[in-house]
Write a protein that binds this ligand. Structure first.
Ligand code: OSB
Ligand code: MG
Length: 374
């Protein structure tokens, strides 16, 4: 496909309410979108990097720089046949996976539109609807947490994940489990613990959690494998899994029993499918993580979640939990059974509200082709 133009935009999108993890609070999202024009069609990509390099080394500003100066000009000079070719075209740049995913995913979006099939079908999706869970940030009190959990359970969500950290864990789990004995519950530490906390982490076993997500260092497999031996509860790795080889290492070392797949974290759809397949072949279930995405990233997550090994509820939830008005139409809605229906329309299945995107744009840059010689 011929690339006619690439625009990169930054939007300012205030969250409906602040989201707190073990590494900080997010109030307003700075959403970077790539808009790739090709032969009359427009493919969209969303950058999932945070405002600060806390979840990973990448941030909104690092991605902006790498896309504008490196990845964008390279891609604009190519004529990729499909999304699957993009990792090779951008391979000269090391790392920077969230930046790469922003562009690669836009090409997959274009490809689905060109072929005239849904993005889900293009990716190899097999589900008509996907099970949904929610990630609940650290609240100011346990009473408030109980209220939020109650609201999400009533809305139908199939799994509740509580963000945790030292000092905000067992007491919270205890009260939530006591009030909601039957719900599927998990927790996510975003690497807030150390191996010396193993005895403490083992006390989480009494709460019948579906998993403990990323308890230790973001770059670790070995200490997670030591910890997994001491827990009955399954460890799920998020931050640690950057690609298929990481998934293979983690599975081989028994560092986890479940894998969270995030498009940005692994560098785009190609690698996400590779991680999915590697886990599938080895009997390790996966689920789709979230990064407080706008409707564009959210629609990509929905399509990805339709692949067969996404058997556990993902952190893919309704637009209204994050935004007063999402930038897509229709907005993402979740049924009372806690499911999202997969669109069978060509492409993403959610139209971009271009006028709203334009109004929310705080910076925009057109990227021109540049031939890079290795
Ligand atoms: O670790 O899953 C995570 C949000 C920002 C950074 C990291 C994570 C999260 C979430 C939110 O848990 C998931 C979502 O609802 O988008
Ligand atoms: Mg996580």
């Amino acid at each position: 496909m011929k690339i006619d133009a690439i625009f990169l935009r930054e939007l300012n999108l205030p969250l409906v309410k602040p989201f707190q993890t073990s590494f900080g609070v997010t109030k307003d999202r700075r959403v970077v979108l790539a808009e790739v024009h090709s032969e009359g069609l427009v493919g969209w990509g969303e950058c999932t990097a945070g405002e600060h390099p806390h979840f990973s080394e990448e941030s909104v500003d690092s991605c902006w720089q790498v896309i504008v100066d490196e990845l964008g000009p390279t891609l604009a000079a190519c004529e990729p046949e499909n999304g699957g070719e993009v990792p090779r075209l951008l391979g000269l740049v090391r790392g920077n996976r969230m930046a790469k995913a922003t562009l690669e995913n836009a090409i997959w979006d274009l490809e689905a539109q060109r072929v005239g099939i849904s993005l889900s079908e293009l990716l190899g999706g097999t589900r008509e609807r996907i099970p949904c869970g929610v990630s609940i940030g650290i609240q100011s009190s346990i009473a408030e947490t109980l209220e939020v959990v109650g609201r999400e359970v009533a809305a139908g969500y199939q799994r509740i994940k509580l963000k945790c950290k030292p000092g905000w864990d067992v007491e919270v789990f205890e009260r939530v489990r006591h009030r909601f004995p039957e719900i599927t519950l998990s927790c996510d530490a975003n690497s807030a613990y150390r191996l010396k906390d193993a005895d403490h982490l083992a006390t989480f076993d009494q709460f019948d959690l579906l998993m403990v997500e990323q308890p230790l260092w973001a770059d670790d497999f070995y200490f997670h494998s030591m910890l997994q031996k001491r827990l009955d509860t399954a460890i799920c790795l998020d931050e640690s899994i950057r690609n298929r080889r990481d998934a293979l290492a983690a599975i081989e070392m028994e560092s986890c029993r479940i894998i969270n797949i995030k498009l940005g974290r692994v560098g785009g759809f190609s690698e996400a499918i590779a991680v999915h397949n590697a886990a599938y072949e080895r009997g390790i279930p996966v689920w789709c993580g979230g990064m407080l995405e706008s409707g564009i990233g959210r629609s990509h997550n929905i399509a990805l979640s339709s692949l067969p090994n996404f058997t556990l509820p993902g952190d893919v939830s309704a637009s209204k939990r994050y935004w007063t008005e999402d930038i897509i139409e229709p907005e993402v809605t979740v049924t009372s059974a806690g499911e999202i229906e997969i669109s069978q329309e060509p492409g993403r299945g959610y139209a971009v509200k271009t006028d709203l995107v334009e109004r929310l744009t705080v910076r925009k840059e057109e990227i021109r082709a540049r031939i890079t010689v290795a």
